[in-house]
Write a protein that binds this ligand. Structure first.
Ligand code: MG
Length: 313
């Protein structure tokens, strides 16, 4: 039985462990606990935009809100500091900021807010979509999962490469949440996607950008050849590499947070993957205790988990 709360909290922990060392160069530091200061001068246990965009998605799913209502929540984060540990929004990515401005100032339709440029392929959609995979874990129709995954991605990132990254990540989470093993999922995923993406030719054309992940020896890739930037292809690759090369959730998160560069997002996504891979392994409870504003986290995560457990009865 999956502990959904653990999966969601593990992601917040990964985010918070990574915040103090975001943009730091690999191997100029070593993190194995919650620390303060660093790039954003935050207190220990401060989580960032990754969580601040994930919380509105959970809340919106509980409220059965539409895409506009979700964009409004994103706006409330960026302009009104809601969904933050200490009442301050920090470190918001360019792609997400532009999408929110498109919605609130330029009045674009929600599904057209993401930048469609090839240069707008940051990890800002990938970082917030795990609750959607949880929400869709019992949905057997692949086409339905893919359509929703594309739509939720397009709110902030509309280039087919970003959508393809979300397809890969959310389908992996879907199969993990249904008890399959990551190595087996990676083996079957190219064929699975090819046969289900006939109506998504632009996205399918981007598949080659992600080809390394599906090589049989991907797990054995040298650490120095794993890039940990905020580019969505690098991020997905780094997170899967960490998940494959660890034997517990804590170990995976520490591998990720010590890669350098986009540490918070990579640790957060890695924590999600690893906690889906190891349903009986809890993220270190001491790290969970140290998270800032647990009242806010609980107030959004608990109703979401309760709804999801009720839906699986
Ligand atoms: Mg962040």
């Amino acid at each position: 039985m999956y502990n959904l709360k653990n999966i969601l909290y593990a992601a917040v922990v990964g985010d918070a462990l990574g915040v103090p060392v975001e943009f730091k160069k690999r191997d100029t530091y070593y993190i194995d606990k919650m620390t303060s200061g660093g790039t954003w001068e935050q207190k220990p246990g401060s989580w960032s935009d990754d969580t601040s965009f994930t919380l509105p998605l959970m809340e919106n799913l509980v409220e059965h809100g539409d895409y506009d209502q979700l964009m409004q929540k994103f706006e409330n984060y960026m302009f009104r500091n809601q969904y933050t540990p200490d009442g301050e929004a920090f470190g918001i990515g360019q792609g997400c900021a532009k999408a929110i401005r498109n919605w609130s100032i330029n009045h674009y339709p929600a599904l057209k807010c993401g930048d469609p440029s090839v240069y707008a392929n940051g990890n800002g959609a990938l970082m917030r979509l795990a609750p959607l995979a949880i929400h869709l874990r019992k949905v057997g129709k692949t086409a339905q999962r893919l359509e929703l995954t594309r739509n939720y991605t397009c709110l902030t990132h509309r280039h087919p490469r970003s959508v393809m990254a979300s397809f890969i990540y959310l389908e992996i989470l879907h199969f993990l949440l249904n008890g399959e093993h990551l190595t087996e999922i990676l083996k079957k995923l190219p064929n699975h996607l090819e046969s289900n993406l006939q109506d998504y030719s632009e996205e399918w054309n981007e598949f080659t950008e992600f080809a390394d992940i599906f090589q049989p020896k991907f797990k054995q890739t040298n650490r120095q050849d794993i890039k940990s930037t905020g580019y969505v292809v690098d991020t997905l690759q780094a997170c899967l590499w960490c998940a494959l090369n660890a034997t517990s959730v804590d170990e995976a998160v520490l591998l990720a947070v010590n890669l350098g560069d986009d540490t918070d997002t990579i640790a957060s996504i890695t924590a999600t993957l690893a906690s889906c891979m190891y349903p009986n392994d809890q993220i270190n409870p001491r790290w969970v205790e140290q998270l800032r504003n647990k009242t806010l986290l609980d107030s959004i995560i608990d109703p979401f988990v309760q709804m999801e457990l009720k839906n699986s009865d």
